[in-house]
Write a protein that binds this ligand. Structure first.
Ligand code: NAD
Length: 341
């Protein structure tokens, strides 16, 4: 009997609806050739909801997420004015305790990258740190943000990163700024060291965030798994995405004990809204990560193979990759490959 998964789809803002539909199109092709069904449940979330609901994450959407097995999320525009709703992605990550933000970065065939043979995964703590959302204006013109780091959250993200490294090239780099942030990054470093003895086959090293940003440019091919705190991971993963070619290729997973949310690393790129021009591959790879999370490994691998085939053939390429194909042409080419595999 075929299994059915309920998938929440949040299209988001800006280019979100285009890249999300592109990924759903590829998922439809995947389920045609697999023995499971995907039941897509569309929810409202993002900047465009604020005028109607007074929030970017309406209660009905939270209820919908709770009824589903996983969420495919498009990028959302984040309001920046003080007092505006905090990022919907940050709210979902906290609400569902999606503590590990996992962002693979690799070189792709036929895509110009800074260096060949890059294949790393960034694991970023996703629920606390600089994004705890505890910020005050303590006096006019004087602001304070609390960088909350706990042993509990650090231990669980470290454990996730070690497990992942064990399945890969067995090397883990932990990134911090312990020379300055001695208490908070001291807790993070101690947590990584406490987990290390459970994974004796995984070697570790540690570097400061500033050195990590430099080494990612200088010798990105030497990294396997990187684990770090929230803000550092956010910045480093955009950098890692760009050195492998384009933000339009980088996917991310937000993983918790009982739920997962999958999204492109990039944002809503408002200037390209509705132009059918951006690269949907990041969201399509996020959909592949979602199937992997659901245990549908073959289907996940099929999407990845289809992406690699389309990129290596190089006939269909969006503008960020130096081509002139549209978002829907890229999605159509990947879906066609999925059907033929
Ligand atoms: P962005 O990632 O939206 O865009 C930066 C640039 O990257 C774009 O101008 C474009 O040149 C390129 N780019 C992004 N996606 C691409 C794609 N699929 N194909 C080709 N090129 C692509 O970053 P930004 O402009 O800093 O942010 C815009 C909005 O998105 C902000 O409101 C920000 O807060 C939000 N954001 C949301 C998320 C999320 O929902 N998880 C993540 C990052 C940023």
């Amino acid at each position: 009997m075929s299994k059915t998964y309920n998938i929440a789809v949040l299209k988001g803002d800006g280019i979100g609806p285009e890249v999300t539909e592109a990924a759903v199109n590829v998922l439809q092709a995947t389920q045609e050739t697999s023995n499971f069904k995907l039941n897509f449940l569309y929810g409202k979330a993002g900047y465009h909801c604020i005028a109607e609901y007074g929030t970017n994450l309406p209660e009905e959407t939270i209820a919908l997420l709770k009824r589903t097995d996983a969420c495919l999320k498009g990028p959302m525009t984040t309001p920046e004015e003080p007092g505006a709703p905090v990022s919907a992605a940050v709210k979902i990550r906290k609400m569902f305790n999606l503590y590990a933000n996992v962002r693979p970065c690799r070189t792709y065939p036929n895509v110009e990258a800074l260096k060949p043979n890059i294949d790393l995964v960034m694991v970023r703590e996703n629920t606390e740190g600089m994004y705890s959302g505890v910020e005050y204006e303590v006096a006019p013109g004087v602001g304070v943000a609390l960088r909350i780091i706990t042993q509990e959250a650090s231990l669980r993200v470290a454990e996730y990163a070690f497990k992942l490294a064990q399945k890969r090239r067995k090397h883990l780099t932990y990134v911090h700024k312990g020379n300055i942030l001695r208490i908070t990054d001291g807790i993070f470093k101690d947590a990584v060291k406490a987990i290390a003895p459970k994974y004796p086959d995984v070697t570790t090293d540690d570097i400061h965030i500033d050195a990590a940003a430099m080494h990612l440019i200088k010798k990105p091919e030497t990294f396997d798994v990187i684990v770090t705190t929230n803000l550092f991971g956010d910045v480093l993963s955009d950098e890692a995405a760009q050195i492998t070619g384009s933000l339009g290729l980088a996917a991310g997973a937000n993983i918790g004990e009982t739920y997962g949310m999958f999204e492109p690393v990039h944002g809503s790129a408002p200037k390209y809204t509705g132009q059918n021009r951006v690269n949907p591959t990041a969201t399509i790879m996020a959909a592949s990560m979602m199937l992997d999370y659901l245990g549908e490994k073959d289907a996940a691998a099929k999407i990845e193979s289809a992406v690699l085939k389309v990129l290596s053939e190089g006939k269909v390429r969006t503008a960020d990759l130096g081509g002139s194909s549209t978002t829907s042409e890229m999605s159509g080419a990947i879906a066609a490959q999925v059907r033929s595999l």
